[in-house]
Design a protein around this ligand. Sequence first.
Ligand code: RNT
Ligand code: ZN
Length: 425
Amino acid sequence: MLNIYKERDINDSYERAKELYGSFGVDTDRVLEDIKKIPISIHCWQGDDVGGFEVDADGVLGGGILATGNYPGKARNAEELRQDLDKAMSLIPGKHRVNLHASYAETEGKFVERDELEPRHFEKWIAWAKEKGIGLDFNPTFFSHRMADSGYTLASKDKEVRDFWIRHAKRCREIGAYMGKTLGTPCVNNIWIPDGSKDLPADRMGYREILKDSLDEILEEKYDRRYLLDAVECKLFGIGSEAYVVGSHEFYMGYALTRGTLLCLDAGHFHPTETVSDKISSLLTYIDELLLHVSRGVRWDSDHVVILNDEVFAIAQELKRCNAFHRVHFGLDFFDASINRISAWVIGTRASLKAIMMALLEPTHLLREAEDNGDLGRRLALMEEFKSLPFSAVWDKYCLDQGVPVGAEWLNRVDEYEKQVLSQR
Ligand code: RNT
Ligand code: ZN
């Protein structure tokens, strides 16, 4: 059923699409080149439900991060996780990156505390990435740990707790810089902390001042931007931090602006009617680079598998219209333990790439021309018409050229992998 894609048909459809887009002044061959230069950072944590592989780990997810479901076959160690990532990446067109958390260190069966992690604990990941010719990104892990049980880490009023996490974050920057240097592409090291309060705090400001000081201490050491890029990520609320989150949007926006870090926008971390897409142009007026956590919020959950929905498309569209693809780092951030985890990666990454490709194919100059001429009816009419241009013919051609399955054919490969590999775990 899924093997209906024939090379000749794909090429024929592409030629017709090329002509049509060409009549609107868009060069599809160029889009096929441009999209190759936009890597997506694929998050390792979808592969094992954000569990990580720490020896003697407390074992429970914390800090408001919750993966639900128990679909069989999850990766039990880093080898399996890499194998699964290899499989997922073989079904996604283009060359991408992989995003790791500190809790995915490989410590050869020995317990290593988070404030003692070193680059060598990531040697296998780095060697794997090097062999594949891809970059790595990184995150300190401020959750699922007894030192985070109070609900506070970098913003803790307990100096012992705070200092532990400061040491951890410093180690992570060192590890990230090492990854960036070794792999020849800057590693984006993203700080997200769960700190907040279930119910009304009496000292909103106190925690924020502490967090600012902790971050300043962490960032004291300067690294070459060719190796390491620091990012900070805000959140509106989490499970157990409904009333107050120390690292709010305003907090980190101010921080990034005054300290020169990247700002991370997670699509699931705002009020439901508030969109990340509308923030991009405002922030890029003042900030050089952004990190995006492409995600999908559903009610209280901020991390459903990304699909090609209005917001993902709007984000890509904004980047095209702001001519800002080179100022943004695309990262994925979702985790669903109730479906095949390889499928989750492939669905989310392919959806993000489709959004990017649709945006790249947009005849933006015609929209702007109509707008500048004050012809707003024409602008709206063109926006609507552009939605039904034959984007899928260009997408299929891209998959074909990149040697990955076209259309739903990738599901056959996931089924095979599930039978041969996942079901044996
Ligand atoms: C949590 C943040 C954060 C995490 C990852 C695992 O709400 O979105 O980015 O999802 O670090
Ligand atoms: Zn996130």
